[in-house]
Write a protein that binds this ligand. Structure first.
Ligand SMILES: Cc1ncc(COP(=O)(O)O)c(C=O)c1O
Length: 265
């Protein structure tokens, strides 16, 4: 009998870590390398955040909290969604986890039964298919065309949906392409989603603030409030505030996914 579970056979070693290790190796050999491996900003965590964390430690805020996040934090997150995204989530609809990665994994574990399909537009963040497979779902990879800037078209979405589709992952701006969906593009995808009520959307907005020029970030619930009950909006601080080593992130949803709560609060 093997110590390692059969489930682990579904997952592959992380290509991100392999690329990062190779970049580090080349740098140590004196090569001038720009590392596109890990999605990590190149600036330090801002001082006001460090100061607030030190103050919290000094005030003894080091104990277990409510598992879904403290009420004051969930209220602050609800205000963020209102202020920056124009979305109304109540604090009860917000769940705090130890990372967007954990929130997404929990969502799949909580919702996927064997055979349930998850549409993943490619190129994609390498963790998505493994997380789906670990939860015994079926990743359905849709290769997006270069001439549409590697973004999913309504036609491609329509073609990929089956009665078994449970989720569509929308990651905008995208890791790894950096491409982001415009308001119009999201509206067109929403029109397809309205025809398929079994499909939920995991909107991974973690790179919301990493946009350039005059691009206006928009998220699905903002353009299609009628789909709110089917969307899990995932966001966090690791990319926007260069806090990749800090572990706290949130998601807003009306979905009954109480297991998204982290045991660490
Ligand atoms: C698209 C995407 N989503 C989520 C995450 C994970 O974010 P977190 O640091 O909050 O776990 C990453 C990290 O690389 C990412 O690239």
């Amino acid at each position: 009998m093997s110590l390692i579970s059969r489930r682990m056979a579904h997952i592959k070693p992380s290509p991100t870590l392999a690329v990062t290790a190779r970049a580090t190796e080349l740098k140590s050999l004196g090569h001038d390398v720009i590392d596109f491996g890990a999605g990590e900003p190149d600036f330090d965590t801002p001082q006001f955040i460090k100061d607030a964390a030190i103050r919290a430690l000094e005030q003894g805020k080091t104990k277990y909290t409510a598992v879904g996040g403290t009420l004051s934090l969930r209220k602050a997150i609800a205000q963020k969604f209102k202020r920056e995204n124009g979305i109304d989530y109540t604090p009860e609809q917000i769940v705090v986890g130890v990372g967007a990665k954990q929130v997404i994994f929990n969502a799949f574990l909580a919702s996927l039964d064997p055979g349930d399909e998850v549409i993943i537009p490619a190129p994609y963040w390498v963790s998505y298919p493994d997380m789906v497979a670990l939860a015994e779902g079926v990743p359905v990879i849709v290769k997006c065309a270069l001439n549409n800037h590697l973004k999913l078209t309504p036609e491609e979405l329509e073609k990929a949906i089956t009665p078994q589709t449970k989720w569509l992952i929308l990651n905008s701006p995208s890791n790894p392409t950096g491409m982001a969906y415009s308001r119009k593009e999201l509206e067109d995808l929403a029109a397809v989603l309205r025809r398929h009520p079994q499909v939920h959307v995991l909107s991974d907005d973690i790179y919301e603030h990493l946009v350039y020029d005059d691009f206006q970030f928009t998220t699905l619930v903002q353009v299609a409030p009628d789909l709110k009950e089917r969307v899990l909006t995932v966001n966090g601080v690791s990319k926007s505030y260069s806090m990749t080593g800090w572990r706290i992130h949130s998601s807003g949803s009306l979905l009954p996914l109480s297991v998204l709560r982290s045991p660490y609060g």
